[in-house]
Write a protein that binds this ligand. Structure first.
Ligand SMILES: C[S@@+](CC[C@H](N)C(=O)[O-])C[C@H]1O[C@@H](n2cnc3c(N)ncnc32)[C@H](O)[C@@H]1O
Length: 333
C-alpha cells in the first residue's frame, strides 16, 4: 500500500483511524509493517504490500487457489475479448471518467474488474476475503489510484457513508448470508452514492435443473489443490466430446454446461481451443468448489434493495444471474 492510502482505512472493530508501526518502505510502497488503532491497541499486519484484516484460513481458500492459478485468464488484455470491460460498464452504467470519486470493489478475485474501475481515474479500494488479493496486486497494485487489501464483507475496515460508488460482482451467493452481505454494502455508500451488484439466479432452469447443485455437496469443502487437479483431469478427459457437442447449433454449449464442463464458446466466439479449455478449467472448478452457493430469485433480490431503503432501483435478469443497480437516497443518514 502507499502511505497516502492510510486515510481510506479504519479499524474494523472500533471504526477509528489507524496508524503505521514498524513499516518497511520499498519504492514508495509499504511492503511490510503493522496498522495499529492506538486507543484499543488492535493491530493488523501489512504483508507483501497488502494490509490484511483477515487471515487466509477461511471458507474462501478455494477462491485464493483459483485466482492465483488463473490470475490473468479473464483479463481482457490477456484473453483479447472485451468480456470484463463490457460487464463492468454494462452492470454499473457509471460514467467513464470518475476522477475525484472513490469506488469500493468487494470480492475482487483476480482483479479483472479492478483494472476497469481504475481506468475511470477514481480512487479504487478493492478487497477480497481470500489471498486472491495477491493475484490482484500483481496486476493492479502498483497503480497510484488503487488500494488492495484482504478483508471480509462482514467486517469492513472503512468509514461508513464514505464511498461514491460500490460494486460487488460474483460474490454475494458465495457468502454464508447473502442478504446480510448485501445490506452491509449499503453502510459504506455515501448518501447519493450508487451501488451495482449481482447474484446467481434461482429459477427452475438455472437452479433445479442445474447438475452442479446435485454434485456440490460432494465437492465443496474438499482440499482445493486436490479438487483443482481432479477438475482439470475431468475437463481434459471430456474435452474431445465437448468439442463435438458444442457444434450442435444453439444448444451444444448448454449441454456441455449440463455435463459440468464450463463451455464459453457462446460468449467467446472464435476463441481458440486453448483459451476455451483454460476458461473451462477455471470455471468448472469455480462451479464445484465454493463452500456456499445460495442463488436468489429476482423478487427476493429486489426486496433486499427495497428493505435497504435504496432509490432508483433497477433489478433484472442479467449477465451473471440477477443484476441490481440503485442509489442511496441523499437524506438517508
Ligand atoms: C466468484 S469469485 C468473483 C471474483 C470477481 N468479483 C470476479 O467476478 O471475477 C467470488 C469472490 O468472492 C470472495 N468472497 C467470498 N466471501 C467473501 C467475503 N466474506 N468477503 C469478501 N470477499 C468474499 C471470494 O474470495 C472470491 O474471490
Amino acid at each position: 500500500m502507499k502511505p497516502k492510502h492510510l486515510e481510506l482505512l479504519r479499524c474494523p472493530k472500533t471504526g477509528s483511524k489507524l496508524q503505521f508501526k514498524n513499516t518497511n518502505i520499498v519504492g514508495g510502497r509499504i511492503r511490510n509493517g503493522i496498522l495499529i488503532e492506538p486507543s484499543s491497541g488492535n493491530e493488523y499486519p501489512i504483508i507483501n504490500f497488502i494490509p490484511r484484516f483477515v487471515s487466509d484460513e477461511n471458507y474462501a481458500s478455494n477462491f485464493g487457489l483459483e485466482w492465483n492459478i488463473h490470475g490473468q485468464t479473464q483479463y481482457d488484455e490477456y484473453s483479447r475479448f472485451s468480456v470484463s470491460r463490457d460487464r463492468f460498464q454494462n452492470e454499473t452504467k457509471w460514467a467513464k471518467d470518475l476522477s475525484g470519486q472513490t469506488i469500493l470493489e468487494v470480492g475482487c478475485g483476480s482483479g479483472r474488474f479492478t483494472t476497469h474501475a481504475a481506468e475511470t481515474r477514481a480512487t479504487v479500494v478493492s478487497f477480497d476475503f481470500s489471498n486472491a488479493v495477491d493475484a490482484n496486486y500483481k496486476s493492479n497494485g502498483k497503480k497510484d489510484n488503487v488500494l488492495i487489501l484482504q478483508a471480509s464483507i462482514f467486517e469492513m475496515p472503512f468509514e461508513e457513508n464514505y464511498f461514491d460508488k460500490v460494486y460487488c460482482f460474483g460474490v454475494l451467493q458465495h457468502t454464508p448470508n447473502p442478504k446480510q452481505a448485501f445490506l452491509s454494502l449499503i453502510k459504506n455508500l455515501r448518501p447519493g452514492g450508487k451501488i451495482a451488484t449481482d447474484i446467481y439466479i434461482k429459477n427452475i432452469a438455472r437452479w433445479l435443473l442445474n447438475p452442479k447443485y446435485y454434485v456440490r455437496p460432494f465437492t465443496r469443502g474438499k482440499n482445493p489443490e486436490e479438487l483443482y487437479n481432479f477438475t482439470c483431469k475431468y475437463v481434459s478427459l471430456m474435452w474431445p466430446l465437448a468439442r463435438v457437442i458444442r457444434k450442435i447449433p444453439k444448444v451444444g454449449y448448454v449441454i456441455n454446461w449440463r455435463l459440468l464442463i464450463a463451455d464459453y464458446s457462446n460468449s467467446l466466439p472464435n476463441a481458440d481451443d486453448a483459451t476455451l479449455k483454460e476458461w473451462a478449467f477455471l470455471d468448472t472448478f469455480d462451479m464445484l468448489s465454493p463452500m456456499y452457493d445460495y442463488p436468489q430469485t429476482v423478487t427476493s433480490f429486489k426486496r433486499w434493495h427495497e428493505e435497504a431503503g435504496l432509490s432508483e432501483i433497477d433489478v433484472h435478469i442479467g449477465y451473471n444471474g440477477v443484476e441490481g443497480r440503485a442509489m442511496k437516497p441523499e437524506c438517508s443518514i
